[in-house]
Ligand binder design. Structure first.
Ligand SMILES: NC(=O)c1ccc[n+]([C@@H]2O[C@H](COP(=O)([O-])OP(=O)(O)OC[C@H]3O[C@@H](n4cnc5c(N)ncnc54)[C@H](OP(=O)(O)O)[C@@H]3O)[C@@H](O)[C@H]2O)c1
Length: 322
C-alpha cells in the first residue's frame, strides 16, 4: 500500500482531546508538525447533540478526524450502566460520522476496542473473528455500539467512497489515565490501589477476580503513533488491530505494580468479583506487516506512568481520583 503523507496543514479535529487517547494523539500530531488542530471539550460540544455536532462540522469543515471521544469505563462501570454506554457511544459515533460525510471530511479514524471480539475468540485474536461468536456479557452493550461504528464506516466507504478506517487497540495505559476507584481500567486501578496501600501503611491489597485472566497492554504514546501511521498507510474497510503482540496475567501485572510502587505486603484476590474475558491478546500481524510496531516496553511504560501519576497527584492535576 502506497504511503500518502498527510498534509501537516490539513485541518484535523481530534475528538476527545482531553482523554487518555485523544491527549496522546494531540501531543503526537503537534510533535509531527500539524498546524491546524481543532479541539472541543465535551462541555463546549456535546457530541451526543446531533444539531450541535453538525453546526460544528459546517463551521470548521475538518479534513481529517480522529474519533477518540467516547463514553469509556472499566468492568464495574460497563456492568452498572450498560444503557448509557450503548446510547452515548451510538449517538457520538453516528453524529460525528454522519457530519463528517455531510461536510466533506476526507479521512477519519474511528477508535474501537478489543472488546468488540467474541469472548472465546481464538487467541491471538485476528480481525476476521469479528461477529463470529458471543460477546463478554459485562461489556456487551459497549461492544455492540463499537461494532455498529465499524459497520457504519464500512457502509460509508461503500456508499460514499470515503477513506474512513477503524482501529482496534488493546488495553491502553499512560499519562492522563482515569484513576477513579469505580471507573478505571486494570492498570490505573492497580497503580492507585497499591500506591494508596503504601501511603496508608496497609499490609494487604485485595484485587478483583482471580488474577488469572491474561491481558495485553499498550502505551498510549505507541497508539498515537499508530493512529498517524494508519491514516497515512491504511485504507481498508476491515478494522485493524493495534497492540504489542504479548500479554501477561493480571497477577503478574499486579506483582510488577507492587514492585514499582514499593508495596511489600500480601496480595489477595476477591474471586466473588467478575474476571472478565479470560484472555485478550490481539493478533497484530497485519499492522506489523504494514511496517508499524510497538516500541515502549511494559516495565518501562508502567514506571513512567507511575511517575506521571505521582507527579500529577502532587500537582493536583491527576484525573478522576474520586
Ligand atoms: N482506554 C483504553 O484502554 C482503550 C482501549 C481500547 C480502545 N479505547 C478507545 O479509545 C477511545 C478513547 O478512549 P479513552 O480511554 O481516551 O477515553 P477517556 O480517557 O475517557 O476520554 C474520552 C474523551 O471523550 C470525550 N467525550 C466523552 N463523551 C463525550 C461527549 N458526549 N461529547 C464530546 N466528547 C465526549 C471526553 O471529553 P471531555 O474530557 O472534554 O469531557 C474525553 O476526553 C474510545 O473509543 C475507546 O473505546 C480505549
Amino acid at each position: 500500500m502506497a504511503k500518502t503523507p498527510l498534509d501537516r496543514t490539513s485541518r484535523t479535529y481530534v475528538a476527545g482531546h482531553r482523554g487518555l487517547v485523544g491527549s496522546a494523539v494531540l501531543r503526537h500530531f503537534e510533535g509531527q508538525g500539524f498546524t491546524d488542530l481543532v479541539t472541543r471539550t465535551s462541555s463546549e460540544l456535546d457530541l451526543r447533540d446531533r444539531a450541535a455536532t453538525f453546526d460544528f462540522f459546517a463551521e470548521q469543515r475538518p479534513e481529517v478526524v480522529v474519533l477518540a471521544a467516547a463514553k469509556v469505563g472499566g468492568i464495574a462501570a460497563n456492568d452498572t450502566y450498560p444503557a448509557d454506554f450503548l446510547s452515548d457511544n451510538l449517538r457520538i459515533q453516528l453524529n460525528v460520522i454522519d457530519a463528517a460525510v455531510e461536510h466533506g471530511t476526507e479521512k477519519l479514524l474511528f477508535l474501537g476496542s478489543s472488546c468488540i471480539y467474541p469472548k472465546f475468540a481464538p487467541q491471538p485474536i485476528r480481525e476476521d473473528s469479528l461477529l463470529t461468536g458471543t460477546l463478554e456479557p459485562t461489556n456487551d452493550a459497549y461492544a455492540i455500539a463499537k461494532i455498529a461504528g465499524v459497520l457504519q464506516l464500512q457502509a460509508v466507504r461503500r456508499q460514499h467512497g470515503r477513506h474512513f478506517i477503524s482501529a482496534m487497540p488493546t488495553n491502553l495505559y499512560g499519562p492522563g489515565d482515569n484513576y477513579s476507584a469505580t471507573k478505571s481500567h486494570v492498570l490505573p486501578a492497580l497503580l492507585r490501589r497499591y500506591h494508596d496501600a503504601v501511603a496508608a501503611g496497609d499490609d494487604t491489597v485485595t484485587n478483583w477476580g482471580s488474577g488469572t485472566p491474561r491481558r495485553e497492554l499498550l502505551h498510549v504514546d505507541d497508539l498515537a503513533r499508530a493512529c498517524l501511521f494508519l491514516l497515512e498507510n491504511y485504507d481498508d474497510p476491515a478494522p485493524i488491530n493495534v497492540g504489542t503482540g504479548s500479554d501477561l496475567t493480571i497477577a503478574e501485572l499486579a506483582e510488577m505494580v507492587a514492585e514499582i510502587t514499593g508495596f511489600t505486603g500480601e496480595t489477595r484476590w476477591d474471586t466473588s468479583k467478575p474476571d472478565g474475558t479470560p484472555q485478550k491478546q490481539l493478533d497484530v500481524s497485519r499492522i506489523n506487516e504494514l511496517g508499524w510496531k510497538a516500541e515502549i516496553g511494559l516495565r518501562d511504560g508502567v514506571e513512567r506512568t507511575y511517575r506521571e501519576f505521582t507527579d500529577s497527584r502532587m500537582a493536583g492535576t491527576a484525573r478522576n481520583l474520586s
